[in-house]
Write a protein that binds this ligand. Structure first.
Ligand code: GLC
Length: 753
């Protein structure tokens, strides 16, 4: 038999084996081959160009810019959203440069592009990942129709400090909720096929710990030990990467003295080597250069070296790579191998997005995409489900058949720009449905709608309008006061030392209350505010985290009962700013607050030093929040009964089955957000008093009972322990299933490994 014939069976085996390789693996192999081929042709200058991101809103789009594109000195542009201009830049990069490598075009599409959804903190309050995914898909359809293929979202920063303006952009204080919502957004943005022209590359940010900025002051230092990073702040990023997030952004903060943009341990050792991340890493805006004011880099050359060695592939707006790397490589201070790795990561995303085959955007596509009815309805649903009813004496829902006149008042009643919230660049404020517009349009035929704002904007201290508002209140059956924050008061760099309502808003509410008319207060804000006074002055209070384009319609529908509140707090509401940081999943301490401590006004004169209760609390504010994580009222009530688990003892390989009955014990059809919390009572390190492990929105008719069964793999109770190993330790556990983090009775079980 000739040698060829001998090889034939082998060849057949190879073919058979190759045919079993999933198509995706083949595609990955093809891409890697293309990348290798392309990198081998690139000059050092062209490689460094791919690592350079330029913002079109900060540099002139002039001949020098075109020349830089032609020379391949720019690999990505952000902040250009005119499809024709995007195509013009792409044409230079693809048809006039030596290698024709396409640009990736980015934008901050944080909670919508044209159709704006509630801010991410509000989206978290929906506890509805499916709806959040649909909203992100709508945003991707709109943004990609403008030529944008990369968004700097989702923000996965855990935040326990509402003084921090950027708490608005994340999913709140809970690791599990942030992980679930981040994955939902990534799926929505990227879709099922990254090569589809409507796929928008996600960017999980800000890696990592940025939300723990000291004092809630943005850009400030964080001091998070590795175990806290691994148990609280890193898991949402791991979930996002495992969900396929194509890019990641390093954060501005220095953690334990090391700026994240130069943090080799967290970016190269953990993200790359431990997590095998193969997307690309972009620095946050100018954060490469900022290692100089941090006092971590002596100059820009040092900063460029530190960032590259740490594993940052792309430099956003420092121009450090494009000005320093070539020289650093030529003098042997930095290995070109690191540059090749960075370029590979960037080219991989561009190939995955299909930009080499399909670099241009269809320029008229956006006309059918922007503000389309489906997107607007998703925005309305999201705003409905993100609103949290915090108190209600039965005044809500209003019966439109019985109301003859309503006063709509407050600086947020007709604030189309501010209602959209922070990080909105591309929406037109005239498309915003404000509460005033919505109430007039949908309910004005039934009743007289009086409008008297009382204050012009949230910080307004001019009290002269309050008198007119009070006079109008006296003429109305009911008052609906829309207060809160202008959008500029939250978001990046917009931190507050006090969370009380700004301006004369609390005086407006008190004056309205003094009329004796029912007062419904609606707060539109970018963060939790300290609203204890407003709660006591209102018959009902609905909290709406800047609800977006359709927020007014959503709030009107909730107030008049066409919709029923189902939002739950994704973050703890403190009584006073002085209690911060205050969050539900805290450690228990050796002296936990008992609730029987002597509070300030009860302290007897000459009280003995140890007579007040030596526990962890404030004499003037106790230790409890105003409202706990997971809290929210409905127009009905719910009962949890027959709560049981299938065993009392498990190994870490087991799955716990929890069953319970949920009954709608009221008169309105409504949705409950059932929540499962677990406490690991004793650990090799102290453990949180409880942690969210499951939640589910369950819709029930009045009187209806649903038997619910959840499975919880015991492996999901793992944590990073004293030995810095991720394990489930044996011992006693408790679980609660309830409507918020502060309710329910514990069910005991144990883990015996
Ligand atoms: C900003 C933000 C970041 C944003 C980036 C691009 O400074 O920190 O979240 O995505 O710059 O606009």
């Amino acid at each position: 038999m000739t040698p060829l014939k001998k090889l034939f069976p082998l060849f057949l085996c190879f073919l058979l084996a190759w045919s079993c390789v999933p198509a995706a693996k083949k595609k990955d192999r093809d891409i890697e081959k293309k990348i290798t081929g392309l990198v081998s042709k690139m000059t050092l200058e062209e490689k460094i160009g791919q690592m350079t991101l330029v913002s079109c809103s900060n540099i002139p789009e002039d001949e020098q810019f075109s020349e830089a594109l032609r020379k391949g000195h720019i690999g990505s542009v952000i902040n250009e959203v005119d499809p024709a201009r995007v195509n013009s830049f792409q044409k230079i990069a693809v048809e006039e440069s030596r290698l024709g490598i396409p640009l990736i075009v980015g934008r901050d599409v944080i909670h919508g592009f044209k159709t704006i959804f509630p801010i991410p903190l509000g989206l978290a309050a929906t506890f509805n990942p499916s709806l959040v995914e649909q909203g992100a898909r709508a945003a991707a359809m709109e943004a990609t129709s403008a030529g944008v293929r990369w968004t700097f979202s989702p923000m996965l920063d855990i935040s326990r400090d509402p003084r921090w303006g950027r708490i608005s952009e994340g999913f709140g204080e809970d690791t599990y909720l942030a992980s679930v919502m981040g994955v939902a957004m990534i799926r929505g943005y990227q879709g099922t096929d990254p090569g589809d022209p409507t796929s928008l590359a996600a960017c999980v940010k800000h890696f990592v710990g940025y939300g723990a900025a000291e004092g809630g002051r943005d850009y400030n230092s964080t001091f998070l030990p590795e175990r806290v990073l691994r148990n609280v702040y890193l898991p949402p990023f791991l979930a996002g990467i495992q969900a396929g997030a194509m890019t990641l952004m390093t954060s501005f903060n220095d953690n334990d003295g090391v700026p994240m943009t130069g943090n080799r341990f967290l970016v190269r050792d953990l993200l790359r080597d431990e997590w095998n991340y193969n997307g690309f890493v972009v620095s946050d805006w100018a954060s490469v250069n900022e290692m100089i004011p941090h006092g971590f880099a002596a100059d820009q050359a040092h900063a460029a070296r530190l960032a590259l060695e740490a594993g940052v592939d792309m430099d956003m707006m420092s121009f450090a790579y494009i000005t320093q790397l070539e020289k650093l490589i030529k003098e042997g201070a930095v290995s070109e191998k690191l540059v090749d790795e960075a370029v590979r990561n960037i080219l991989r995303v561009k190939f995955l997005l299909g930009l080499f085959d399909n670099p241009y955007v269809q320029e008229d596509l956006h006309k059918e995409m922007f503000y389309n009815p489906h997107h607007m309805e998703l925005s309305r649903q999201s705003a409905v489900q993100s609103a949290v009813l915090l108190c209600n004496d039965g005044t809500l829902p209003l019966d439109e058949q019985k109301i003859r006149s309503v006063l709509v008042t407050g600086p947020m009643a007709d604030a189309p720009y501010d209602q959209l919230g922070t990080w909105v660049f591309d929406a037109l404020e005239q498309t915003t449905a404000t509460p005033l517009k919505a109430i007039r349009e949908h309910y004005g035929h039934q009743m007289r709608v009086i409008y008297e704002p009382g204050l012009k904007y949230s910080r307004d201290k001019d009290r002269s309008g309050i008198r007119k508002a009070v006079a109008s209140a006296r003429a109305a059956d009911v008052v609906i006061a829309f207060v809160g924050e202008e959008s500029i008061l939250s978001g990046e760099a917009h931190c507050l030392a006090s969370l009380d309502l700004q301006g004369a808003q609390d005086e407006l509410i008190e004056a309205l209350q003094s009329t004796g008319k029912p007062v419904i207060t609606v707060v539109m804000a970018g963060r939790p505010l300290t609203i204890e006074k407003e709660i006591s002055a209102s018959n009902a209070l609905l909290y709406s985290f800047h609800p977006g384009t359709m927020g007014g319609v959503a709030l009107a529908d909730l107030i008049f009962g066409k919709e029923v509140p189902s939002g739950r707090l994704p973050v703890t509401f403190p009584k006073t700013t002085g209690q911060i940081p205050l969050y539900y999943n805290h450690n228990r301490t050796g002296r936990p607050f008992l609730g029987n401590e002597t509070m300030l006004d009860q302290i007897p004169l000459k009280a003995g030093q140890t007579s007040l209760g030596n526990t962890s609390f404030y004499l003037d504010a106790g230790a409890a929040p105003l409202f706990p994580f997971g809290f929210g009222l409905s127009y009905t009530t719910f009962a949890y009964t027959n709560i049981r688990i299938d065993q009392v003892s498990y190994t870490q390989k087991d799955t716990l089955t929890l069953s319970f009955d949920l009954t709608n014990t009221g008169k309105a059809a409504a949705t409950e957000v059932a929540q499962l919390y677990v406490c690991d009572k004793t650990g090799s390190v102290t453990r949180p008093v409880k942690e969210l492990k499951r939640f589910e929105r369950i819709a029930l008719e009045p009187g209806e009972t649903r038997s619910v069964s959840w499975e919880l793999p015991i492996s999901e109770l793992a944590f990073w322990n004293l030995q810095m190993k991720r394990v489930v330790e044996s011992g006693q556990f408790e679980l609660w299933v309830a409507g918020d983090s502060d309710s329910g009775e514990p069910v005991l079980f144990e883990v015996n490994n």
